[in-house]
Ligand binder design. Sequence first.
Ligand code: SF4
Length: 409
Amino acid sequence: MSAAGYELEAEPEQADVVVVNTCGFIDSAKEESIEAILRAVRLKAGGRARSVVVAGCLSQRYSAELEREIPEVDAFVGVGRAAELPNAIERALAGSRVIDSRPPGMSWPQNGGRIRSTPPWMAYLKVADGCDNRCSYCAIPDIRGGFRSRPPELVLAEAERMAAEGVLEVNLVGQDITRYGEDIDGWSLARLVRELAKIDGLRWIRLLYCYPTRITDELIELVAAEHKVCKYLDIPFQHGDDRMLAAMNRRGSRREYLELVRKIRDACPDAALRTSLIVGIPGEGRREFENLLSFIKEIEFDRIGAFKYSAEDGTPAAEMPDQVAQRTAGHRYDRLMQLAQKISTERNRRMLGRELDVLVESPSSGRSYREAPEVDGTVALVGGAARPGEMVRAKVVQAVVYDLVAELV
Ligand code: SF4
């Protein structure tokens, strides 16, 4: 955008053009996005902003409805169209209404110059976009298009820039990062991670969103052996009952998932495991839910993100019989979270007395390899002051449900 002559403002109130980058994934995200659009529209009505542009997933998915319902918006652009924003803004400022309802853009911006909103010491690094998995409850493949790896030279160049700017921790993201390289000769996630580990300055490389059946032995060995790779795997298993996994169109079975976790823990006993699970998928009866609880007990996840199923427009699951009542899903969610908290507390207690590297994020707290940013707990630091952005050693002296307390050494 700066190449096109625009400057970024810190607050929408100061901008001539407000671009709302939206999410269209689940109901709560859609509501949040619409609220942000309406706030921008109010700025325009009050004479502060000259133009409002809506971009991203919600715009991709519902441009026709939004165009009708919110006529004050000047331009709608979809997914993968960042490079075309300046043109859409020019046309909107010149008085045209821009509606771009093409399928998601599949190309990658070449210059990679991104404004990061994360603290200077950590960043998310996108390695792929789109998804071909077609889980029955998920609208993402329709919104973001099919899977494609971001070319390795772009990923590595961005990581080099991040390291040069002082980023210590990169979190690899994409809808399915374990598929990385399938569409590029000679590349795989393991190879990409090995290349990233060679970059001076990067201290932690964290793998988020790994599809369970695509975690290779090579990748497990790499997590175990490469000191820059956090011994942390985020594997969204989604359920632990085979009938439900089939209904969700997830590959793999409970038995295979247990075997995978056994392999990970054999190779890397300190590995912290995070998963996401959905309760209330259509057809989930008492037995299937109890199977999910026993799966959690058997694996003893360090971290669990749980979600109540929500029927998404256009997905096969939304049309399935035996939809689970909201109230039932709510009870199941509460029971699952109680169990998750109990296990998380026990897993945290096992860290008592251990010394950890902690990436300091405030004078009194930070994160170790076991805590991913934003979704996991923190490590409270005692026994001295630490500077945000530095890596310190600290000994765990207390463990609570999600967080640890550690003393600086
Ligand atoms: S793997 Fe993730 S993004 Fe892809 S369809 Fe399944 S839930 Fe959606």
